[in-house]
Design a protein around this ligand. Structure first.
Ligand code: MTE
Ligand code: MO
Length: 210
């Protein structure tokens, strides 16, 4: 294990809640479909698509959880308008994954893949942002199954659907492609500070055609 490092995320201009959001007490569970059962010997985290060396990279659960541990304090903004503020997420920085299994130079986007084929697309810049983390813990405790155990992605600067629970890998892409919710009416970018909720709000250049 490397040195734990701490990073903080502060909302821009000191405002706490993005427009149209309200504060949620507690931590609700929000997702589509059933909660998958964690099978440690079948679990692996895969990096595939346009990798720098052209190879796939895999970590089993033991290997992945032995990667350097980082923490990020970040809010979670659900597009259905509730926000949870100030959680401390612990796990492996997405930048660590990108450093160990780097993308080819032409990569512009990342598809994050989870159990049952759930997916979310991100610009590479958001993926490697130092606030993006593959979380195993929240506030010092292991995630529960409903909240994504053994691994979920947290991308503080985007709506929470961009952070798949039960994540199993990433695909490096040389062009943008829509993920699960981005194909089903949600905004391709999903910046809560710009209130980019729905695909009908997209402007030219925000995403591939529907
Ligand atoms: N695999 C998967 N991850 C998912 C979702 C989903 O449907 N499937 N929903 C997202 C949405 S819309 C939100 S708001 C958050 C909710 O996380 P929580 O249930 O831990 O609050 O998970 C995100 N991650
Ligand atoms: Mo959500």
């Amino acid at each position: 294990m490397g040195q734990p490092e701490s990073r903080e995320y502060r909302a821009p201009q000191g405002s706490e809640l993005p427009p149209g959001q309200r504060l949620q007490r507690g931590w609700p569970v929000t997702h589509y479909g059933p909660v998958p059962k964690f099978k440690p010997d079948r679990w692996e985290f895969r990096v595939f698509g346009a990798t720098a060396d052209g190879d796939k990279h895999c970590w089993n659960h033991e290997e992945f959880t032995a990667l350097p541990f980082a923490t990020v304090v970040a809010d979670l903004h659900c597009v259905t308008k509730f926000s949870m503020l100030g959680a401390e997420w612990g796990g492996v920085a997405a930048g660590t994954v990108a450093a160990l299994a780097p993308p080819a130079p032409a990569v512009s986007h990342v598809m994050v893949w989870a159990e049952y084929g759930f997916s979310a697309n991100l610009p590479l810049a958001d993926f490697v942002s130092d606030r993006t983390i593959f979380a195993t813990h929240k506030d010092g405790e292991l995630l529960t199954a409903e909240h994504g155990f053994p691994l979920r992605l947290v991308v503080p600067q985007l709506y929470a659907w961009k952070g798949p629970k039960w994540v199993r890998g990433i695909e490096y892409m040389t062009a943008d492609r829509r993920g699960f919710w981005e194909e089903r009416g949600y905004h391709n970018v999903g910046d809560p500070w710009k209130e980019q909720r729905y695909s009908y709000q997209e402007e030219p250049g925000d995403g591939p055609e529907l």
